[in-house]
Design a protein around this ligand. Structure first.
Ligand code: 9D3
Length: 250
């Protein structure tokens, strides 16, 4: 997949491929990331790409023309049908399903806003979808774009561990993850749960599923409402809830 990010801060966005899975994805040529700076299309000596909002109000607005030319440059490289995403607090909330869908694309153009916003005429004429990280205020779209790139990179075919881990992801099955333990078996007076030391793989798989169901019930009941639990899952969750009410939780 090729991703072109339109941003006033290319050096910030490029950091996402310096480590972790996005770096592996680039090294394995599953991902190619480049940035286009709308300043390169400013038609004034000061490379200014923002101006005061029409009708008044605080702050500055990113002007349409430099962004339009940046997007056209990206489309010349990735193809005219490439989807244009804009990171925006007004956008649809990003989730794992968005990452999965977008990871199937051959190319993406990602527009990062700064200042108070982007001229709406550019949004309506050149942006296919607006995506948000959530209901909090950032100073621009770059961090959101980096989140998107990280989330997509680890799903790309050919990225190490892709087949094993991506299918087991929390949120893919709609549940939160179960707890994890490693060595030593006794750490500062705390033991690893006995079942994980038993060598009984079927019992361990049931324990993991029960913990995942239980933690989702405790912390994110909204996720459970969207799921159709099978008979085994219902039994495991009922056991978890019963143990919780005993006050044990083991
Ligand atoms: C405080 C400024 N707000 C006016 C009431 C509007 C506003 C403009 C620009 C708020 C944030 C931003 C910059 N944010 C993003 O570009 C952004 C973002 C975010 O702020 N929160 C969550 N997801 C995203 S994606 C892009």
């Amino acid at each position: 997949m090729k991703i072109e990010v339109v941003t006033l801060f290319p050096e910030l966005v490029e950091v996402v491929t310096r480590s972790g899975m996005p770096r592996v994805a680039v090294e394995q040529k599953a991902l190619e990331l480049s940035c286009i700076n709308p300043r390169d299309f400013a038609n004034n000596r000061w490379r200014k790409v923002d101006d005061r909002p029409c009708g008044g109000g605080p702050g500055m607005v990113m002007q349409a023309e430099p962004l339009a030319q940046a997007i056209e440059t990206a489309k010349a490289s990735l193809g005219p049908a490439t989807r244009v995403l804009m990171m925006s607090p007004q956008g649809e909330r990003m989730d794992q399903q968005w990452f999965q869908r977008l990871s199937q694309e051959a190319g993406l153009i990602v527009l990062c806003g700064r200042y108070e916003g982007v001229d709406e005429r550019l949004v309506t004429s050149a942006v296919d979808v607006e995506l948000s990280l959530g209901d909090f205020v950032l100073s621009g779209g770059e961090l959101a774009a980096m989140v998107l790139i990280d989330g997509i990179a680890r799903l790309l075919p050919g990225v190490l561990g892709h087949a094993e881990s991506a299918g087991q992801d929390s949120f893919v099955n709609g549940l939160l993850d179960h707890p994890h333990y490693s060595k030593p078996v006794a750490w500062r007076g705390q033991a690893v749960p006995e079942v994980l030391m038993s060598g009984d793989h079927a019992r361990q798989a049931r324990w993991r599923l029960k913990q995942a169901l239980g933690r989702t019930w405790l912390r994110r009941p909204d996720l459970l409402e969207n799921l159709e639990l099978d008979a085994e899952q219902q039994t495991l969750l009922r056991e978890f809830v019963a143990e919780q009410k005993e006050g044990g939780g083991s």
